[in-house]
Design a protein around this ligand. Structure first.
Ligand SMILES: NC(=O)c1ccc[n+]([C@@H]2O[C@H](COP(=O)([O-])OP(=O)(O)OC[C@H]3O[C@@H](n4cnc5c(N)ncnc54)[C@H](O)[C@@H]3O)[C@@H](O)[C@H]2O)c1
Length: 261
């Protein structure tokens, strides 16, 4: 199956590293231009050098709606991917290991950063474009948003809200031919995943690799980590004509951790 997104533009937040960058690389391989948005200017600059003619970068905090409005202003895009997110840096088990005051910064970036981005780029998606091209939005959610995960409660709650917002936006955008989906990874080796390990009591006597492998074996039937490239492949499938009948869905790429029966 050949996925061709030539002549199209994807705006991607959290594109400087990890899953967002892997998704951006998949869009590039499919021929798309990228508007890469991230708070990490140095990592963005490194990424931009890999394909200078195809990647435009903007350093921005997704918590700043006015800034995002300015970035989006007057631009036309085909696809929007929201991957920027943060955790609290603290471990639940139980939830009262955190204070209510620990929730605000996570909700500001992980939930409201996503909401800000979709609001800011809605006019860019709604702008007239080649009707032969697909238009789509992909929100990075998490298995944590579907299972009442105790690991980082404000993060889990933010991701649950992201899934709900994807469904709401899918209904509102449908009449305009714009599809909206959420994608939920399970365990992917990234800076964020490593930071979760560092909050765990087990981190003192288990390596990151041991902790993650034990966790994946315990929680997912396929007992394996997910790879960033697997998420990139699904992202461009959903953005392409092959995904034209898929909207309002949460696609779990999690080794079977979450099953609805
Ligand atoms: N890694 C996993 O196992 C996993 C599992 C489930 C869901 N996810 C989700 O996948 C997405 C990507 O996560 P990742 O693991 O690649 O994380 P990561 O920390 O490796 O990358 C996140 C990127 O977002 C950027 N970012 C953070 N705060 C920002 C802000 N305020 N404004 C703009 N950019 C900001 C960072 O600079 C970084 O480049 C996130 O939405 C995350 O919640 C990850």
């Amino acid at each position: 199956m050949k996925i061709n997104l030539e002549g199209q533009t994807a705006a991607i937040t959290g594109a400087a590293q990890g899953i967002g960058r892997a998704i951006a690389e998949s869009f590039l391989e499919a021929g798309s231009h990228i508007l890469a948005i991230d708070i990490d200017a140095a990592a963005l600059s490194d990424f931009q050098k890999t394909a200078p003619e195809k990647i435009e970068t903007v350093t921005a905090d997704v918590g700043n709606y006015a800034l995002l409005k300015g970035i989006a202003g007057g631009k036309k895009i085909n696809h929007l991917v929201c991957a920027a997110a943060i955790g609290s840096g603290k471990s639940g088990f139980p939830f009262w290991n955190l204070e209510p005051g620990d929730w605000g910064k996570v909700i500001k970036i992980t939930l409201m950063g996503t909401v800000n981005t979709v609001h800011a780029f809605a006019p860019s998606l709604l702008a007239d474009a080649d009707e032969t091209q697909q238009k789509s939005v992909l929100l990075l959610a998490s298995v944590a948003g579907q299972i009442g995960s105790q690991t980082d409660p404000p993060y889990s709650a933010s991701k649950a809200a992201v899934i709900n917002f994807a469904q709401c936006a899918a209904k509102d955008f449908a009449a305009h031919g714009i599809r909206v989906n959420a994608m939920s990874p399970g365990m992917v080796k990234t800076a964020m995943n490593h930071s979760v390990y560092q909050t765990m009591p087990a981190s003192s006597d288990q390596s990151y690799e041991e902790w993650g492998s034990e966790k994946t074996a315990n929680v997912s039937p396929l007992a394996r980590w997910q790879e960033p490239e697997e998420l990139g492949a699904m992202a461009i499938f959903l953005a392409s004509d092959h995904g034209r009948n898929i909207t309002g869905q949460t696609i779990n790429i999690d080794g079977g951790q979450v099953m609805h029966s």
